[in-house]
Design a protein around this ligand. Structure first.
Ligand SMILES: Cc1cc2nc3c(=O)[nH]c(=O)nc-3n(C[C@H](O)[C@H](O)[C@H](O)COP(=O)(O)OP(=O)(O)OC[C@H]3O[C@@H](n4cnc5c(N)ncnc54)[C@H](O)[C@@H]3O)c2cc1C
Length: 496
């Protein structure tokens, strides 16, 4: 895990100069620099790392965004874009000597075309609000992060966010048609279009998941899908997490692509049950939630197949949602899993790695060993269908020693993900959190290619600096533990 950006001592003269330069074209209320106003922006959802920004800018128009970027570039001031601040990898962690560019006021729906099934929105619009706006037309926006009532579509684009329904309907990158915005020098950029393909190199895909390091998005065009006529969930209990993992692989192997396929282990279901009372089986070592959606006949057929696969895989209990209220209740537990563990521990550190489905049992076993090694508890929730793990390490951030153990625990788990053929992030991005593990995931040549791309968009390295891609020097310091050079010894695999 990467440490926070070094807390810069605020240079009062520079702070005044930057605030004054921005106040030349922004209203007074849109430029914050007094500590009581800037402190609320000191962190995102990764609260272990904090930095009070030098200045916070709250633009309302594209022209203001452009002028902020031009002003900061000319003054050599770093800029960090921020949506709703729910990110879990420190992507919106501000530098103490820079401007935090909040896109919270970009909250307008610009166009809804129910025939073309698209919506054009500003980046500060909440994810769930897009589906609310589209609902009267029988449409919705498919990617559904658990944070969807709070997180912004701009943040979703920057992180290439996922959610329960992304197994069947794809991640943000599969559901966004066009992104418009500004590079650090204030030049407008417009990638993609309203058709399924666009001329030129695929810079739309490059911009999605670029963690606010290449451009500031100011307008986003998303695809809308018809709301399925019916949906039902099977909840299955297993007496062994390995069996539950094998059942996930068996569903996919049977040719079923469920609308959602999620797993929670016993510590997670216990925390959730106390919080929302979703009706989960507290005896089970793990539960799976598997949703089918579509026409009522399709759903009936798929649910029958899923039940059969789960029974063959050794499910000890099966429950099928009887109505919409029960379906939502089953999901309410999974969607509230993070806040639920937040109730049983002073802090939790939510990890995000991806592994091939067949390794679920092995990696859960490894996490169990790490719990003993570091003396920290770790409930697990997963987007199991796509192998995306979210171990939740419970710790107390007021105890620096516990934070250090948590970081070491998390690093070992991410490196284990790489060792079994997975990746260090599934949907939360790299931010500052996983920057060292990028050295494990990628070769020097690959990291150099990332840096070259970054330089094209931001030659002076001022847009969200210190995030996403480690410097080669940092990797050298980290120990040159690139995958191709040999996996770390503690990842438990032979060197190759
Ligand atoms: C309880 C909880 C549950 C979560 N569940 C999920 C989940 O299921 N799936 C998932 O993928 N994530 C999940 N997350 C993580 C988080 O909600 C997502 O990463 C989300 O996309 C962040 O959106 P945001 O608006 O809060 O962005 P922020 O946290 O404000 O920013 C995230 C990144 O986006 C950049 N950014 C923001 N706006 C812009 C813009 N307009 N232009 C350029 N860059 C920008 C920032 O610089 C930063 O790098 C969860 C978080 C919480 C707290």
């Amino acid at each position: 895990m990467g440490e926070a950006l070094p807390a810069a001592r605020v240079d009062a003269a520079r702070q005044r100069a930057v605030a004054q330069a921005l106040r030349a074209f922004l209203p007074e209320r849109a430029v914050l620099w007094q500590e009581e106003d800037t402190r609320p922006y000191e962190c995102d959802g990764l609260t272990a790392y904090r930095n009070v920004p030098m200045v916070v800018a709250l633009p309302e128009t594209e022209e203001q965004v452009q002028r902020i970027l031009r002003t900061c570039q000319s003054m050599g001031v770093p800029v960090v874009p921020r949506g709703a601040g729910t990110g879990l990898s420190g992507g919106a962690l501000p530098p103490g000597d820079g401007v935090l560019l909040s896109m919270a006021k970009f909250m307008r729906l610009l166009r809804l075309d129910p025939v073309g099934r698209i919506a054009v929105v500003q980046p500060g619009v909440r994810n769930a609000a897009i589906s609310d706006i589209a609902a009267p037309f029988g449409l919705y926006y498919a990617p559904d992060p658990s944070s969807q009532i709070a997180c912004s579509i701009g943040g979703n684009v920057a992180e290439n966010s996922g959610g329960v329904h992304c197994l069947k309907y794809g991640l943000t990158v599969h559901n966004v048609l066009r992104v418009r915005g500004y590079a650090m020098d204030g030049e407008p950029l417009d990638f993609g279009g309203e058709s399924l393909d666009a001329p030129g190199l695929d810079l739309l895909a490059l911009s999605i998941g670029s963690e606010g390091m290449l451009m500031v998005a100011t307008e986003i065009t998303v695809k809308l899908l018809p709301t399925p006529e019916a949906a039902q969930v099977v909840m299955a209990s297993f007496d062994d997490v390995g069996k539950a993992g094998d059942a996930v692989a068996a569903v996919i192997a049977a040719g079923i692509i469920p609308a959602g396929l999620e797993m929670m282990d016993r510590p997670a279901t216990h925390a959730v049950e106390q919080f929302v009372g979703a009706g989960y089986d507290l005896e089970a070592a793990a539960i799976l939630l598997c949703e089918a959606d579509g026409m009522p006949e399709e759903v009936e057929e798929e649910i029958a197949k899923v039940k059969e696969v789960f029974t063959r895989a050794g499910a000890t209990r099966l429950k099928v949602s009887r109505d919409e209220a029960e379906r939502l209740r089953f999901w309410s537990g999974r969607k509230a899993a993070f806040p639920a563990v937040g109730r049983i521990s002073p802090d939790y550190y939510c990890m995000d790695g991806t592994i091939p489905r067949k390794h679920v049992g092995e990696v859960l076993g490894f996490i169990g060993e790490m719990e003993k090694k570091y003396g920290l508890r770790c409930p697990n929730v997963f987007h199991a269908g796509d192998g995306n793990l979210h171990p939740l390490i419970l710790f107390d951030a007021n105890d620096p020693e516990q934070l250090r153990r948590t970081e070491a625990f998390a690093a070992e788990v991410l490196e284990k993900c790489v060792a079994v053929g997975g990746t260090i992030t599934g949907e939360h991005g790299v931010g500052v959190e996983k920057i060292d593990q990028m050295c494990v995931q990628f070769s020097e040549a690959e990291l150099a290619a990332f840096h070259a791309v970054k330089r094209v968009f931001d030659p002076h390295g001022l847009l969200n600096p210190g995030k996403g891609v480690p410097t080669l020097a940092r990797c050298a310091e980290f120990g040159r533990r690139h995958v191709r050079a040999g996996v770390p010894a503690h990842a438990g695999l032979p060197r190759f």
